[in-house]
Write a protein that binds this ligand. Sequence first.
Ligand code: CO
Length: 288
Amino acid sequence: MNTITPFIPRQSRTIEHLIEGIATSDGAGVKLTRVLTGKLQQRLDPFLMLDAFGSDNPDDYIAGFPDHPHRGFETITYMLAGRMRHRDSAGNEGLLENGGVQWMTAGRGVIHSEIPEQKDGVMEGFQLWLNLPASRKMIAPWYRDIGSAEIPEFVTASGVKVRVIAGSSNGVSGAVTRETTEPVYLDVHLPAGAEFSTTIPNTHNAFIYVYRGTVQVGETTVPIKRMGILHNAPEADGITIVATEDARIILVAGKPLNEPIVQYGPFVMNTQAEIEQAVSDFRNGRLA
Ligand code: CO
């Protein structure tokens, strides 16, 4: 692991507003907090959904997500703690566990299941949905399991640990890079009192989500379990985050597609006709 001295932005982005997620359940009854959905899909284009899950009660997660389809986007599952078995119609199978990431491009279609492989203990993590450009919505499915040890990390002189899942930060390239939307996905662990800075391209929509402790961005305090949507300002070249206590956050940014978004459950396309096609393909066994 490298120790680096972070870049200092000329002007940090600020928090536009705070979002509290909505408690819900999905799959066969997995309890989760839906942080990003609906109206925020336009504001946070190219991101379509963020679910945060975390429980030490097996009743909250044990049923998992049995077979279900996806078309038109990518799912990025980051498992902080726990073990989940993935199987899909493209023949992929993998075990997602402690600190690992599963990056799945549904493209023209996959049917997959995500089933816990533990009967007790903590299951905690995130699932983020990243849209695909219209020209790539019907590409062949793709999948990669990225073990925790394969995720590039660095530590700053003030003791901040950064895991670079996608994009890059302070010269460290992440496990995945993507054209068009150029996503950045960081997991940042800050000791109390520490400050962390990174570039965020001013073309990008961006947010942070605090999953431990509390942080401060400019004048705004962002408490645990809140998303802070970052203001887009042409002159802001990055962000500076200060931990008011030991804190962990994810920072997510991406270049908007500015294309129509039509979602019907697990299908996200550009037109209603494409959604009807997806539903019909699924019913007729032609989705995957
Ligand atoms: Co799924």
